[in-house]
Design a protein around this ligand. Structure first.
Ligand code: F6P
Length: 353
């Protein structure tokens, strides 16, 4: 069987580890498996940019960051516009031309939507859940998330010691535009005093109140973990377009700068902001992610081998299984009464609400 493999959307640690796990299992359990690497995500399938991979190319990449196939973003919303229909036709035509028996997509929410669309168009698709945001519906965890939590938590750790040395308030902006999983996990793991996530709109007054509590303690300091998609109660009531429009008017992309400015004014001393940014996506996967990636990849090969298409590999109840792609449209948000939110509140963490 000829199998096309592509990595789509924002990269994360573990993409290569998943491809390795998939390929090793595919060569072993699928008769006459041939793997074609499709370059730069769906763009490669649209443009017919692909090449046959050697089995040896999947060795030695377990701990390698990035993706050997390259990646790009193909916004789903744009792709389904009538003027983009030719791109869907090109993907179908190239799938046929390559004589693929299956297309395996390593991607996040947007990439899953396209995978679902291609599946409805008759392609044999298996999706593998990738994202540092951990926001794919129907799976407890996505690969890349654990590594990003590790990186962001280490960043908070380091900020903790410098903030404590200088009795300062400091903030760390953590990736996650729609969802706060990464900020919640890293914030708790790093012992942040205040955690601000998109699912719980904040007010500046509540944040300042909480900062003051920590600063007043003997030798006090305060560390605030802020998700890049955090919004105050007024912004949260606006549409995404209006929110970004308003922010653009004042030269702001995220709420973090506004938060640290307000804290600085309230304390009469500067509150500094640290943005680790894409460091959370790059580099080698943690041991946990390597295991998860190997499992997800190998199960993906099993699903291809047994003809279970139109699905996304998932972890449910700690075991690998799958969801139908058509059942998992949308983002998995942090429920305001999630166990970890309750635990955080119980140990005195403020969410700025
Ligand atoms: O979806 C992964 C992610 O890293 C988000 O957390 C973040 O909002 C976004 O991608 C950043 O994307 P880009 O690198 O395209 O700016």
């Amino acid at each position: 069987m000829k199998i096309g493999l592509l990595t789509s959307g924002g990269d994360c640690a573990g993409l290569n580890a998943v491809m390795r796990g998939f390929a090793k299992a595919a060569y072993s359990i699928i008769p006459q498996a041939e793997i074609y690497g499709i370059m730069k995500g769906y763009a490669g399938l649209i443009d017919g940019n692909y090449r046959k991979m050697d089995e040896a190319e999947f060795s030695g990449i377990l701990n390698l960051g990035g993706t050997v196939l390259g990646s790009s973003r193909t916004p789903y919303k744009k792709l389904i516009l009538p003027e983009e229909a030719h791109k869907i036709e090109s993907m179908k035509a190239n799938y046929k031309k390559m004589e693929l028996g299956a297309l395996v997509v390593l991607g996040g929410n947007g990439s899953h939507k396209i995978a679902s669309l291609l599946s409805q168009e008759g392609l044999n698709v298996v999706a593998l859940p990738k994202t540092i945001d951990n926001d794919i519906l129907g799976t407890e965890v996505t690969f890349g998330f654990h590594t990003a939590v590790q990186v962001a938590a280490e960043c908070i750790d380091r900020i903790q010691t410098t903030a404590a040395s200088h009795n300062r308030a400091m903030a760390v902006e953590i990736m996650g535009n729609k969802t706060g999983w990464l900020t919640l996990y890293a914030g708790l793991a790093g012992g942040a005093h205040i955690i601000i996530i998109p699912e719980i709109p904040f007010t500046i007054d509540k944040i300042i109140e909480a900062v003051k509590v920590h600063m007043k303690k003997d030798g006090g300091s305060c560390v605030i973990a802020i998700a890049e998609g955090a919004a105050d109660t007024e912004e949260a009531a606006l549409s995404k377009k209006d929110r970004y429009g308003k922010r653009a008017e004042i030269g702001e992309t995220t709420a973090s700068m506004r938060i640290v400015k307000a804290i600085s004014e309230a304390l009469g001393e500067e509150c500094r902001l640290v943005i680790p940014g894409h460091i959370q996506r790059g580099g080698s996967p943690t041991a946990y992610d390597r295991l998860l990636c190997t499992e997800i990849g190998a199960f993906g090969a099993r699903f291809v081998g047994t003809g279970r298409f139109g699905v996304s590999v998932a972890m449910i109840g700690g075991r690998i299984t799958y969801n139908r792609l058509s059942d998992i449209f949308g983002s998995k948000l942090v429920a305001p009464d999630h166990d970890l939110i309750r635990v955080a509140r119980d140990i005195g963490v403020s969410f700025g609400d």
